[in-house]
Design a protein around this ligand. Structure first.
Ligand code: SAM
Length: 283
């Protein structure tokens, strides 16, 4: 029987016993709140049939929750000091694989195979967005992604058209998945305390994406251009595509989208219509 790691005194004991000093550069804030661990496990509906890729297990706090729920866990941790500690803190759990690597340099397919899997992570905030985008774009058989992010980032990911924080990140996340904010997590739930409030976000990855542009690259080019300069009209910001003004005008007309609108008012569907009409121009 292992003690519950998600407790302040247990975490403190582990740090002391292994002489571990947290590395700020690697964004090491460990969870010390059992309710949050259960909340994450429940939100992602983790059960004994699940395969979970955990990114950045730290000393195994969330990992333990995932294992207790019966999942098979692949825990990828960058800090080479941590795997030997995890061998101790999670000793006895036989569905655990510990991998010492940078997730961005890991061949996930070689690790997990073709099985569908879920992703769970409490990552350093500076790298969360790139990692989430990398995983979504890699077109792996991910069914769901549950992660702790800065509250403000969670709000951007789930923002809808017209909201002033709706942007390229919202579109990208919502293109691949249905994101929802599960609950907020106070700084006191971590050791040491971060400066910001966090949110747990669940992205249910689409089996079949509702938006199907002819050319995905064009879709994202149009999105990027449209959000390139806020407060500019669509006809102006689409100029960033490097296309002749006439073509932009034609495409907007064919798409029945008013060029005086701003990029942040367009739905994913509208971006797809625009992108498809640009694709047909073959510039
Ligand atoms: N999951 C643990 C918890 O909730 O207590 C630890 C969370 S801590 C915020 C982030 C962890 O991610 C650290 O252990 C850090 O070393 C690890 N990490 C940072 N960058 C990483 C990367 N590129 N690949 C894998 N792990 C990484």
């Amino acid at each position: 029987e292992q003690p519950i790691i998600a407790k302040r005194e247990v975490t403190r004991y582990i740090l002391k016993r292994f002489g571990l000093h947290m590395n700020k550069k690697l964004g090491q804030n460990f969870l010390v709140d059992e309710d949050v661990v259960h909340g994450v496990v429940d939100a992602a509906e983790i059960n004994e049939n699940d395969v979970v890729l955990e990114i950045g297990p730290g000393i195994g706090t969330l990992t333990q929750g995932l294992l207790e729920a019966g999942a098979e866990v692949f825990a990828v941790e960058l800090d080479k000091r941590l795997p030997p500690i995890l061998e101790h803190t999670l000793e006895g759990y036989d569905k655990l694989h510990i991998i010492n690597a940078d997730i961005l340099k890991t061949d996930i397919k070689a690790l997990i195979g073709d099985r569908p899997f879920k992703v769970a992570a409490n990552l350093p905030y500076y790298i969360t967005t790139p990692i989430i985008m990398y995983l979504l774009e890699a077109k792996l058989p991910i069914t769901g992604l549950v992660t702790m992010v800065q509250k403000e980032v969670a709000e951007r990911m789930t923002a809808i058209p017209g909201n002033k924080i709706y942007g390229a990140l919202s579109v990208a996340v919502q293109y691949y998945s249905h994101p929802q904010i599960c609950f907020d997590v106070a700084p006191q739930s971590f050791m040491p305390k971060p400066e910001v409030v966090s949110s747990v976000i669940l992205c249910k990855v689409y089996d079949e994406r509702p938006i199907k542009p002819i050319d995905e690259k064009m879709f994202f080019r149009v999105v990027k251009a449209s959000f390139g300069q806020r407060r500019k009209t669509l006809s102006n910001s689409l100029g960033n595509l490097g296309v002749a003004k006439e073509i932009i005008k034609e495409v907007l007309e064919e798409s029945a989208i008013d060029g005086k609108r701003r990029g942040e008012t367009l739905s994913l569907q509208e971006f797809a219509v625009l992108a498809d009409n640009f694709s047909k121009k073959q510039f």
